[in-house]
Structure formats: structure tokens, C-alpha cells
Design a protein around this ligand. Structure first.
Ligand code: FES
Ligand code: FES
Length: 154
């Protein structure tokens, strides 16, 4: 089947089979490989994207379900060459090691700050609870989210 999806603001089409995940379609057919495939079971959050503004695991969404909808990936958060403040903060805080979890965490953190510009630590913990990182111990990631929140309040 042929799907039409608005990806990061641009209308794109791809031929997919009925059981194909949105994550696979994004990475392999729609040329937006930023979302990572770590577990393919909805456990790690590395594939987090916004589907019509709602945070989802792209590995759990069928490509067919995204037909006619809007998807924003980590690539779509940047404004041209200008990084999103969450992306800047992850770099600044040193919150990236292997980087496999980073795209999903950045999308989840950006979504949090969109809805809660000055989150408490508990809110950050809750918002990022679906995103696993095996490298950083999360401290720098939390620092990055706090930093991005401060930046947004200026
Ligand atoms: S790859 Fe989707 S949640 Fe892990
Ligand atoms: S930086 Fe390696 S999994 Fe998070």
C-alpha cells in the first residue's frame, strides 16, 4: 500500500506492506533515520516521535496508521541549521555518550517542555521514564532538560 505522511513539515509518500512499522518506514523509506531502533517492542523509547503532536514509539505504530497524519522526528525539531534548545542543551551538558538513546530522549524532552515549560524533577523523571539509556546514568540528561527549560524561560 502507498502511504502519504507529512514528515517534519513535508508531504512524503512510501510503499509499505501492511505490517510495516512507522519506524521502519521512516528509517528505510522516508530518509529520516534519526529515530533509532533498539528494541522494536516499545520498551526503550529510542524511536520516540510525535504523531499529530502526541509522543509515540514509532516501532509500535504501523506505517499505515500514519497515513494522512503528521510526524515529527528528531530531525524536525531543528530549525534549519539552528538546533532546538533541547538539542543544544544535550550537547552543552554532555548528555550524549553512545547516542543511541539520544534522539528519543530529545523528542520526549522537547514534548515535555512544550507542555510544561518549567518542569519539576519528578515531572522530568515521569516524562522520560519511557526512555532507557545504558550509558549516562541519566544525571547529565536531567541536567540538559533543566538547562533547556532555563533557556526557554529567558
Ligand atoms: S525501538 Fe521503539 S521502543 Fe525501543
Ligand atoms: S548514551 Fe548510550 S544509551 Fe544513552
Amino acid at each position: 500500500m502507498r502511504i502519504t505522511v507529512r514528515v517534519n513539515g513535508a508531504e512524503r509518500q512510501a510503499d509499505c506492506w501492511e505490517g510495516e512499522s512507522l519506524l521502519y518506514a521512516l528509517r528505510e523509506k522516508l530518509e529520516v533515520p534519526g529515530s533509532k531502533n533498539a528494541c522494536e517492542q516499545g520498551e526503550c523509547g529510542s524511536c520516540s516521535v510525535l504523531l499529530d503532536g502526541v509522543l509515540v514509539c514509532a516501532c509500535l505504530v504501523l506505517a499505515a496508521q500514519a497515513d494522512g497524519h503528521n510526524v515529527v522526528t528528531v530531525e524536525g525539531l531543528a530549525d534549519g541549521d539552528g538546533l532546538h534548545r533541547v538539542q543544544e542543551a544535550f550537547v552543552e551538558a554532555g548528555a550524549v555518550q553512545c547516542g543511541f538513546c539520544t534522539p528519543g530522549l530529545v523528542v520526549a524532552a522537547a514534548d515535555l517542555l512544550e507542555h510544561s515549560p518549567d518542569p519539576s524533577d519528578d515531572e522530568i523523571r515521569e516524562a522520560l521514564s519511557g526512555n532507557l539509556c545504558r550509558c549516562t546514568g541519566y544525571t547529565k540528561i536531567f541536567d540538559a532538560v533543566r538547562m533547556a527549560a532555563r533557556e526557554g524561560s529567558r
